[in-house]
Design a protein around this ligand. Structure first.
Ligand SMILES: C[S@@+](CC[C@H](N)C(=O)[O-])C[C@H]1O[C@@H](n2cnc3c(N)ncnc32)[C@H](O)[C@@H]1O
Length: 377
């Protein structure tokens, strides 16, 4: 068993390198999945960001196959090399001059990539102070603002036959991410997938966790997964829930989400809308015209008031963390007046003083929000 925490790194180094090592139970599950597809000792297993080598334990299960480990972190590689003396290791940046040749793999070798690449969205707000900028060299054809997406694209560049990997669910469900990873998704179909919370990794926040998937992808050149197909995928979580993007409507589809040039007679400002986890940290109604301010269309005020109430009352499961704010459109009219009353009362700095909502109004909104957040298949 390899350690699940990089003992040689401090907290900020762990974040910069994305060195959150994979718990053993996921490697075991990966082994069971791969066994269903690969029975051939000619397959080479490559973990191009292996850390201490959690995924290289699969060598015990596939002991006739050749395994290759690589990591940019010299110290991690030296520890992995001690644990796995029979495996060949490289210590190089896996995102530059990406080629099979760089790992001693020939074009004809059947190849499976395994592992848990670093995720490091250099533009995201959380932990921004210690996140690395663009100081690491990445080939232009696989480049993305998120290291993990660049890794996915690198697996496509290596023309891996399979990839059994961990990555944030947001790569699949957020259109912008999906597009950045299109080199990969265009050429790979999902054979197996499971969702779990990021809090499963040692040293991560237990309070705000985000959904991560482990998936087994199989190469189908030019016939991969499309965003429309993703909308219909039934995602199962490790704790027995099932959901799909189509379970919910999203308020963001009905209102302006980002700042624009349209102004209204009555000026009401709202903070730029992001996902459920970002809403926990961000403001809603604001009084200053800052760069992130959206002008609220007064006709659509109830939707913004709903978001304000969602922030206040929702106890959303972690797997909703990277979704836009969900709601049930057809039942919204039943609470639109109540959410407006609640939000107006809670923001006198924006709306002046207003009557307090009744307990029944608050209860009906909480009931609606609980229904939204507990929807599953
Ligand atoms: C999330 S950890 C996973 C380690 C291991 N695969 C596991 O599952 O336990 C990501 C690893 O990626 C490595 N890494 C970060 N950037 C890299 C790069 N450009 N090339 C190779 N490895 C990199 C880090 O040093 C870290 O060990």
């Amino acid at each position: 068993m390899t350690q699940e925490r990089p003992e040689h790194l401090n907290r900020s180094q762990i974040i910069i390198q994305g060195s959150f090592y994979t718990p053993e139970k996921f490697v075991e599950l990966a082994g069971r999945w791969i066994k269903e597809f690969i029975h051939d000792s000619s397959y080479i297993f490559l973990d191009s960001s292996c850390g201490y080598g959690a995924f290289l334990q699969l060598h015990d299960l596939f002991n006739e196959n050749r395994f290759i480990g690589n990591d940019i972190d010299e110290h991690a590689v030296s520890i992995a090399a001690t644990v796995y003396p029979d495996i060949s290791f490289f210590c190089q940046n896996a995102l530059t001059q990406v080629s099979r040749d760089a790992f001693g793999i020939s074009d004809n070798d059947p190849l499976i990539v395994v592992g848990n690449p670093p995720y490091n969205d250099t533009t995201s707000q959380s932990g921004q102070k210690i996140k690395r900028g663009n100081d690491i060299k990445i080939d232009n054809d696989i480049k993305s603002r998120d290291l993990g997406i660049s890794f996915l694209n690198s697996y496509d560049k290596l023309k891996a036959d399979y990839a059994c990997i961990l990555h944030p669910l947001s790569y699949l469900i957020k259109k912008a991410n999906f597009k950045s990873a299109s080199k990969f998704f265009n050429n790979y179909q999902i054979e197996k997938i499971i969702v779990f919370p990021s809090s499963e990794f040692a040293n991560t926040s237990k309070t705000v966790s985000f959904p991560v998937v482990m998936a087994l992808y199989r190469r189908h050149e030019g016939n991969g997964v499309t965003f429309d197909k993703v909308k219909n995928i039934v995602f199962n979580t490790t704790d027995g829930c099932s959901f799909s993007i189509n379970c919910w409507d999203y308020v963001g589809d009905y209102i302006r989400k980002y700042p624009g040039n349209i102004r209204y007679d009555q000026e009401i400002l709202f903070y730029t809308l992001r996902d459920v986890n970002a809403l926990k940290r961000s403001r809603t109604f604001i009084t200053e015209r800052i760069a992130n301010a959206i002008d609220v269309d007064p006709k659509l005020l109830a939707y913004y008031c709903y978001i304000d109430c969602f922030k206040k009352y929702a106890n959303a499961p972690y797997y909703l963390g990277n979704f836009d704010i969900p709601f049930i459109k057809e039942k919204f009219s039943s609470i639109s007046e109540s959410v407006t009353k609640i939000a107006k009362h809670n923001h006198p700095e924006v709306f002046g003083s207003n009557d307090a909502p009744t307990d029944a109004e608050i209860e009906s909104v909480i009931k609606y929000i609980n229904k939204v957040t507990s929807l599953s298949l």
